[in-house]
Design a protein around this ligand. Structure first.
Ligand code: TMP
Ligand code: ASP
Length: 238
């Protein structure tokens, strides 16, 4: 497999073509952004930590029967993935109230959400990733109704797998964002799963261990990501 020219540079990752039209290389950079790119910093080791974290989680999801784009780790900061036709939609499940839900609905942070909520956001920084609903997705052609339904089903399945995984490591999966795409007509999980795109709290102390440390200027951002990984049994030194 040969890495070729860059297709796209996102806020935290870059995507490269390969000599195989069905495969891409993802490069995890140290860039860390929040508030739709308004706050950006370089955090040492972040690319490596998120790349290995993502590989671990994607493998666990695949073992649980959830189709993902992940193929293989290539280096500390690179992995090989299937080339998906991405839906420009973010699927968010919340088990506990935090972040924009609290701002929008005035509910208290920490409120248990039973059943968990499912929300959709349009992936558009210029518009501030606005919240949308299923009819918008169909009307504007962002995804076919059956593909959106499948993405929703998979998003809930991920919740069952990952809630248990994190709880085993003494953590609460508060909420998370997933992105999906199509590969040969099949809905497949794409993008990444890392503490950049979810909220994780220590189950006893409720200490924040995810990107809210960066958003809220709490410090020890990557140290916390590594702590989450250590609790799951990830070895960042191999
Ligand atoms: P929110 O509380 O800001 O709506 O975010 C909910 C969860 O989804 C949180 O874990 C962060 C994640 N998320 C992203 O990573 N990127 C996004 O663009 C959005 C809207 C949410
Ligand atoms: N919207 C996401 C966040 O605030 C990602 C970003 O804008 O960089 O975390």
């Amino acid at each position: 497999m040969e890495k070729r020219q860059e297709l796209y540079a996102g806020k935290a990752k870059s995507v490269f073509y390969t000599d195989d039209p069905d495969k891409m290389v993802l490069v995890f950079r140290d860039d860390t952004s929040a508030f739709d790119g308004k706050k950006v910093e370089q955090l040492d080791r972040k690319g490596m930590v998120n790349n290995k974290f993502n590989a671990f989680i994607m493998s666990k999801l695949q073992e649980a029967g959830i189709p993902t784009h992940f193929e293989a780790l290539l280096s500390d900061t690179e992995c090989l993935v299937k080339r998906l036709d991405m839906m420009p939609v973010e699927c968010v499940v919340r088990n506990i109230a935090a972040g924009s839900l609290c701002r929008r609905l005035g509910v208290e942070e920490g409120l248990e959400l039973n059943p968990p909520t499912f929300e959709l956001f349009l992936k558009d920084d210029a518009l501030g990733d606005p919240m949308i609903n299923e009819s918008h997705v169909t009307t504007f052609g962002w995804a076919a109704p059956e593909h959106l339904q499948k993405a929703k089903e998979l998003t809930y399945q991920v919740n069952d797998v990952l809630k248990a995984l994190f709880l085993n490591g003494g953590m609460l999966l508060v909420d998370y964002k997933l992105e999906f795409g199509l590969f040969n007509g099949q809905v497949v999980l794409g993008d990444e799963f890392s503490p950049d795109g979810c909220r994780l709290w220590d189950s006893q102390t409720k200490e924040k261990l995810d990107k809210d440390r960066f958003r809220q200027g709490l410090g020890s951002v990557i140290e916390s990501y590594e702590e989450v990984g250590r609790r799951l049994g990830i070895d960042f030194n191999v």
